[in-house]
Design a protein around this ligand. Structure first.
Ligand code: HEM
Ligand code: HEM
Ligand SMILES: [Fe+2]
Length: 477
C-alpha cells in the first residue's frame, strides 16, 4: 500500500466479506427448501430467500468492485485519492441501502423484477453512490495527470454499468416490455461491461504478478474488450427467444451469443501465457491462484456452460430450469466473485499487519475448498437440471412430481455447498484475523527477503535486474 488513502479499500472489502457470508446463509436456506419440509414457509418462503441470496450477491460483488477500484486507481495513477471523505460517505450510503433493501425483501417490499428488485428509493441511492464514486475516481485521475489503458477500460466498464442501470429505474406496465429492458441491465452488465471491469482487474494483477510487459498486456486488453462488445451486445438476444418479441431474435441470439466464449478463451489464454511465457515476478502466489483461477473458471462457467444452452433449439427445453442455475453459479463465481477475491488477496499483505506476502495455509485451504465446492455445486445443479428437463419437458411429468424425483441431486448440492461455505468462511477468517494497516508502506521494505517462488525463465533476460533478483519491483511505463 503505497498511498495512505488506499486504506479506504479495506472497509469496502470488509463490508463485501460480511455480505458474502450472509449471501451463503440464504443460498443454503433456498437449497434446503427444495428438500422440505419447510418450517420457515410462512415466515420466509423460497422467493424471499432467493431474492435476498441474489441481491446480496450483486451488492457484495459491486462493493468489491468499488474497493478494488479505489485501490487500483491510486496505484495506477500514482496518487492519493481525490477525497477520502467522499469515499466514506459513499460507503455509508451504500451499506445502508444494501442492508435496508434486504430487510425490505424479508417483508415482501420489492419490485419483483428478478435481480433488480430494489424499490425506487433504493435505486436512487444506488445512483447517488455511483455518481459520487465516478466523480471521486475521475478527479483522482485528472489531478494526478496519469491515465493508463487499464484505468481507461476500468472507467469505461464502471461508467457504462451506471448508464445501463438507468432502464431499471423505470416502471413498465407491459410485461414483455419490462422483460425486454431488464436484459439491457442484467445481460449487458454480466456479459458486457462487467467483463471490462474483470478484464482491467486482470490486467492490473498480471502486470504486477507476472513478468509480462504492460504494453503487451494492455494491447491484448483492447482486443478482449473489442470482442466482448461485438458478441455481447447482440448476444442479448439469447434472452429474447420466448418473451413475446419477433422471431428474428432467434438466429441473432444463437449466432452472436455463440461468439461470446471467444473473448473468454482470449481472457484465459491471456492469463495463462503471461505466466507461462514471462514467469512469476511477485511472491504473492495466493493472489496468482485467484487471478489465473478467475480467468479459467470464467471460461468454464460462462464460456462452456453458457454455450451449452444458448442455441434456441436447446434453450427451448432448458429455459428457466436448474440448467440456468448451474450456469448462473459457475459463471458469476468465476468471473466476478473470484476476481474480487484476487484483488483482495493481492492487496491484503500490505493492507493489513503481520501477514506473509506469499499467503497462508488457511488462504490456500480457502481457495481449494471453494474450487472443489463450487465445482460440485455446478455438477449438482447440472445433474438436477438434466433430470428436470427430461422428466418435466420431454416426458411431461408435473413440476412437483419431478422435484421429488430429483431430490438426490439437492442432497449433493447441500453437501458440496457446505464444502464451499467452509472455504468461504476460511477466506473471511483469513481476511479479518490481521488488523488493517492505515499508513502507507513500501512493499520492498515490508518484505525485504521475499522472492518469487520460481526463478526467471529463459525469456526473462530483458527484465530489469531488480525484478530478476526477486525484488518487488514496481513496473514503470
Ligand atoms: C461472466 C459471464 C456470465 C455471467 C455472470 C452469466 C450469468 C447468468 C445468469 C445469472 C443467468 C440467469 C439470469 C436470469 O434468469 O435472470 C444467465 C442466463 C443465461 N446465460 Fe449467462 N452468464 C454469463 C455469460 C454467458 C455466456 C458467455 C453465454 C453464452 C455463450 C450465456 C448464456 C446464457 C443463457 C442462454 C441464459 C438464459 C438461460 C435461460 O434461458 O433460462 N451466459 N447467465
Ligand atoms: C452455499 C452456497 C450456495 C447455495 C447453497 C446456493 C443455492 C442457490 C439456490 C438453491 C438457488 C435457487 C435456484 C432456483 O431458482 O431454483 C440459487 C440461486 C442463485 N445463486 Fe446461489 N447458492 C450458493 C452460492 C452462490 C454463489 C457463491 C453465487 C455467485 C457467486 C450464487 C449465485 C446465484 C445466482 C446468480 C442465482 C440465481 C440463478 C437463477 O435464477 O437461475 N450462489 N442459489
Ligand atoms: Fe445473457
Amino acid at each position: 500500500m503505497r498511498y495512505k488513502t488506499q486504506s479506504v479499500a479495506y472497509w469496502y472489502f470488509a463490508l463485501a466479506m460480511i455480505l458474502f457470508g450472509l449471501q451463503l446463509v440464504f443460498g443454503l436456506l433456498s437449497a434446503a427448501k427444495y428438500l422440505g419440509p419447510d418450517p420457515l414457509l410462512n415466515l420466509m418462503p423460497f422467493d424471499v430467500t432467493k431474492t435476498v441470496h441474489t441481491n446480496l450477491l450483486i451488492v457484495w460483488v459491486i462493493t468489491g468492485f468499488m474497493g478494488a477500484t479505489y485501490w487500483i486507481v491510486a496505484d495506477e495513477s500514482r496518487s492519493e485519492l481525490y477525497s477520502v471523505k467522499l469515499a466514506y460517505i459513499q460507503l455509508v450510503i451504500w451499506a445502508i441501502m444494501g442492508v435496508t433493501a434486504v430487510i425490505g425483501y424479508l417483508f415482501g417490499y420489492g419490485t419483483g423484477n428478478k435481480l433488480l428488485e430494489q424499490p425506487l428509493p433504493h435505486k436512487l441511492a444506488i445512483v447517488v453512490c455511483m455518481l459520487i464514486f465516478l466523480y471521486n475516481i475521475g478527479m483522482t485521475i485528472k489531478r494526478s495527470g496519469r491515465f493508463t489503458t487499464t484505468e481507461g477500460v476500468l472507467l469505461l466498464g464502471l461508467g457504462s454499468s451506471a448508464v445501463l442501470y438507468l432502464p431499471a429505474l423505470l416502471h413498465y406496465e407491459n410485461y414483455v416490455v419490462s422483460i425486454y429492458y431488464r436484459w439491457w441491465t442484467i445481460h449487458l452488465w454480466v456479459e458486457g461491461v462487467w467483463e471490462m471491469i474483470q478484464g482491467s482487474f486482470l490486467a492490473y494483477l498480471l502486470i504486477r504478478l507476472s513478468g509480462a510487459d504492460r504494453e503487451v498486456l494492455e494491447k491484448w486488453l483492447y482486443v478482449i474488450v473489442g470482442l466482448v462488445f461485438i458478441a455481447g451486445i447482440l448476444g442479448t438476444a439469447h434472452h429474447y427467444y420466448w418473451v413475446g418479441v419477433p422471431t428474428y431474435w432467434l438466429p441473432l441470439g444463437g449466432i452472436f451469443s455463440a461468439l461470446e466464449p471467444v473473448a473468454l478463451v482470449g481472457m484465459a489464454m491471456y492469463a495463462y501465457f503471461s505466466i507461462r511465457r514471462r514467469g512469476i515476478r511477485h511472491p504473492n502466489v495466493l493472489a496468482l491462484h485467484w487471478t489465473v483461477g478467475s480467468a479459467l473458471f470464467t471460461l468454464f462457467g460462462a464460456g462452456l456452460l453458457g454455450l451449452a444452452h444458448t442455441f434456441p433449439a436447446i434453450n427451448k427445453w432448458t429455459h428457466g430450469t436448474l440448467i440456468t442455475a448451474m450456469h448462473g453459479h459457475a459463471a458469476f463465481y468465476g468471473a466476478y466473485a473470484m476476481i474480487v477475491m484476487a484483488v483482495i488477496s493481492y492487496a491484503l499483505p500490505t493492507m493489513t499487519r503481520n501477514r506473509r506476502v506469499e499467503g497462508s495455509a488457511v488462504g490456500y485451504w480457502a481457495f481449494w475448498l471453494q474450487m472443489a465446492g463450487m465445482f460440485g455445486m455446478t455438477l449438482s445443479f447440472a445433474t438436477a437440471g438434466i433430470g428436470q428437463v427430461y422428466l418435466e419437458r420431454v416426458l411431461g411429468i408435473g413440476y412437483l412430481d419431478v422435484q421429488l424425483k430429483i431430490q438426490i441431486h439437492f442432497i449433493m448440492l447441500v453437501i458440496t455447498a457446505s464444502l464451499f461455505a467452509v472455504g468461504v468462511l476460511l477466506y473471511i477468517y483469513d481476511f479479518f484475523r490481521h488488523a488493517p494497516r492505515l499508513e502507507p508502506v513500501d512493499e520492498n521494505e515490508l518484505f525485504p527477503d521475499a522472492a518469487p517462488p520460481r526463478g526467471p525463465s529463459q525469456f526473462d533476460a530483458t527484465r530489469p535486474a531488480a525484478a530478476r533478483e526477486g525484488r518487488l519491483h514496481e513496473q514503470t511505463g
